[in-house]
Design a protein around this ligand. Structure first.
Ligand code: HEC
Ligand code: HEC
Ligand code: HEC
Ligand code: HEC
Length: 344
C-alpha cells in the first residue's frame, strides 16, 4: 500500500514518530485508484444521494468558484504560493480536505467535493460486497468482508468520525499561520454537525429500508457520538500541538486551547457524570491518565505518542460501547443541529 506523506511532516522532522501511523491523515489515505464516485452508490442509495447533494460537502467542489468563498479561496491560495485559483482542486495543500479524486487510466481527476467515500472509505473493493444479501446471507459475514475491503461502517462510529476530525481540524501550521485558513471549524462537534445538513438515515435499527423518513440518530448513538467526538477532538488537537513550532501563532494556540478545555473540563465532567473513576468506562479514565502524564507543549514526539495511545483507547471504546449505559450524559445533549436535515 502506498501512503502519501504530507509535506509538512517531512519538513518538521517528525516523520519517524509518525511513520506507520495513519491517524490524522485518514483522508490522505483515500486512494484515488480505489475511488468509484457517488454515482456508483445511487442505484441503491437514492435518498442518501439527495441528502448529500443538498449539503455543503457536495458543493465544496466549487469552494474556489462559489460566490461565498471564492475571494477567500483566492486569498489563501495566494498566500500559500498557489497563483492560479484553478489549481486549487488538484493542489496537494487543498485537495485532500475539499475534493475527491479518482485515478482512471493513470490520470488523476477531481470528481467532486467531500463525497460518500470521503467518510465511508474508497469503495472499489467493497461496493459489490457490502449489500449482497443473496450472495452473502449472513450480515456478519458481509460486514467482515466489506471491512477487510476498506469499508468504514457507521456502527463503528470512531472509524467514520476519524475522517471528520482529519478535515475539520487542520494539520498544517503554515496553512493557518501564513495562509490565514481557519485552524478548525468553529464549534465543531460530532453530535450537532452530523444531525443537520449531513444527516442521512434510511435504515432503521433492524436494517429495514425506509425511503420516506430521514430518521434522527437514536439517543443511545448520540451519547456515543458525544463521547467519541470529544475524544477524537482531543486526539487530533494534540496531534496539531505536537507538530506546532510557533508558540505565538494562531495554530499553536487554537490546538492548545482545545486540548486543554477537553482535558481539564469536558472529559473530567463526563467521567464524573458516569460515576467517577471507579465506574466510568475504563478507556475514558485511561485517556485522562495519559493526558495528565503528558506535557502540553509542542513540538514534541511525546505528544504524538500520547495521541497514538489515546487513539487505541478510542477505537476500543467505540467498538465495545453502544451507548445504552451512558444515559447520565443526556443533560449534555442539548440539540443544536448544524444546518437543516434533508426531508425526503
Ligand atoms: C447494489 C446495491 C448497493 C449499492 C450500489 C451500494 N450499496 Fe450501500 N448498501 C446496500 C445495502 C443492501 C445495504 C444494507 C446492508 C445490510 O443490510 O447489511 C447498504 C448499506 C450501506 C451502508 C451502511 C452499512 C451499515 O451496516 O450501517 C453504507 C455506509 C453504504 N451502504 C455505503 C455505500 C456507498 C458509499 C456506496 C457507493 C460507493 C454504496 N453503498 C453502494 C446496497 C448497495
Ligand atoms: C474530506 C474532508 C471532510 C470530511 C471527511 C468531513 N468534512 Fe465536513 N466539511 C469539509 C469542508 C471542506 C467543508 C466546507 C465546505 C465549503 O465551505 O465549501 C465542510 C463542511 C461541513 C458542514 C457544513 C457547515 C459548515 O459550517 O461548514 C458540516 C455540517 C460538516 N462539514 C460536518 C461534517 C461531519 C459531521 C463530518 C463527519 C461525519 C464531516 N463533516 C466530514 C470537509 C470534510
Ligand atoms: C485539513 C483540511 C483542510 C485543508 C488542507 C484545506 N482546507 Fe479549506 N476548509 C476546511 C474545512 C473543514 C472548512 C470549513 C470550515 C468551517 O466549517 O467553517 C474549510 C473552509 C475553507 C474556505 C471557506 C471558509 C473560509 O475560511 O472563509 C476556503 C475559502 C478554503 N477552505 C480554502 C482552502 C484552500 C485554498 C486550501 C489549500 C491552500 C484549503 N482550504 C485547505 C478544511 C481544509
Ligand atoms: C460527512 C461524512 C459522510 C458523508 C459525506 C456520507 N456519509 Fe454516510 N454516514 C455518515 C455517518 C456519520 C453515518 C452514521 C449516521 C448516524 O448513525 O446517525 C452514516 C450513515 C450512512 C448509512 C447508514 C444509514 C442510512 O440509513 O442511510 C448509509 C447507507 C450511508 N451513510 C451511505 C452514504 C452514501 C451513499 C453517501 C454519499 C451520497 C454518504 N453516506 C455520505 C457519514 C457520511
Amino acid at each position: 500500500m502506498k501512503t502519501r506523506i504530507p509535506l509538512f511532516l517531512l519538513a518538521s522532522g517528525l516523520l519517524v514518530a509518525a511513520a506507520g501511523n495513519s491517524r490524522g491523515q485518514a483522508v490522505a489515505l483515500l486512494h484515488p485508484e480505489k475511488v468509484l464516485g457517488s454515482e456508483r452508490c445511487e442505484e441503491c442509495h437514492k435518498q442518501e444521494i439527495l441528502a448529500w447533494k443538498a449539503s455543503t460537502h457536495s458543493r465544496s467542489n466549487s469552494v474556489h468558484r462559489d460566490a461565498k468563498t471564492k475571494d477567500r479561496a483566492k486569498e489563501i491560495a495566494a498566500k500559500m504560493g498557489i497563483r492560479n485559483v484553478n489549481d486549487i482542486p488538484s493542489h496537494p495543500l487543498c485537495t485532500e480536505c475539499h475534493f475527491t479524486r479518482q485515478k482512471v487510466n493513470n490520470t488523476l481527476k477531481v470528481i467532486s467535493g467531500v463525497s460518500c467515500e470521503s467518510c465511508h472509505g474508497a469503495a472499489k473493493d467493497y461496493r459489490d460486497v457490502h449489500g449482497d444479501k443473496d450472495g452473502i446471507p449472513s450480515r456478519e459475514e458481509r460486514q467482515k468482508r466489506s471491512k477487510a475491503a476498506g469499508m468504514l461502517y457507521p456502527h463503528e462510529i470512531a472509524s467514520v468520525a476519524e475522517n471528520c476530525f482529519s478535515c475539520h481540524i487542520v494539520r498544517d501550521e503554515k496553512l493557518v499561520n501564513v495562509g490565514g485558513h481557519k485552524a478548525r471549524s468553529d464549534g465543531f462537534n460530532l453530535v450537532d454537525w452530523s444531525a443537520g445538513e449531513v444527516r442521512h438515515n434510511f435504515y432503521d435499527a433492524q436494517y429495514a429500508r425506509n425511503e420516506k423518513k430521514n430518521l434522527e440518530t437514536r439517543i443511545e448513538r448520540k451519547r456515543l457520538f458525544h463521547v467519541v467526538g470529544m475524544l477524537l477532538d482531543l486526539e487530533h488537537s494534540l496531534r496539531g500541538l505536537a507538530r506546532a513550532t510557533d508558540r505565538n501563532g494562531k495554530f499553536y494556540n487554537t490546538m492548545g486551547r482545545q486540548a486543554l478545555a477537553i482535558l481539564k473540563t469536558q472529559l473530567p465532567d463526563v467521567i464524573t457524570k458516569l460515576g467517577g473513576e471507579g465506574s466510568a468506562p475504563a478507556e475514558l479514565v485511561e485517556i485522562q491518565k495519559i493526558g495528565a502524564a503528558t506535557k502540553l507543549k509542542g513540538p514534541s514526539a511525546d505528544l504524538l505518542k500520547a495521541a497514538d495511545a489515546m487513539a487505541a483507547q478510542i477505537e476500543a471504546f467505540g467498538k465495545r460501547e453502544d451507548g445504552t449505559g451512558l444515559g447520565a450524559l443526556d443533560p449534555l445533549l442539548i440539540p443544536n443541529p448544524n444546518g437543516k436535515a434533508y426531508v425526503p
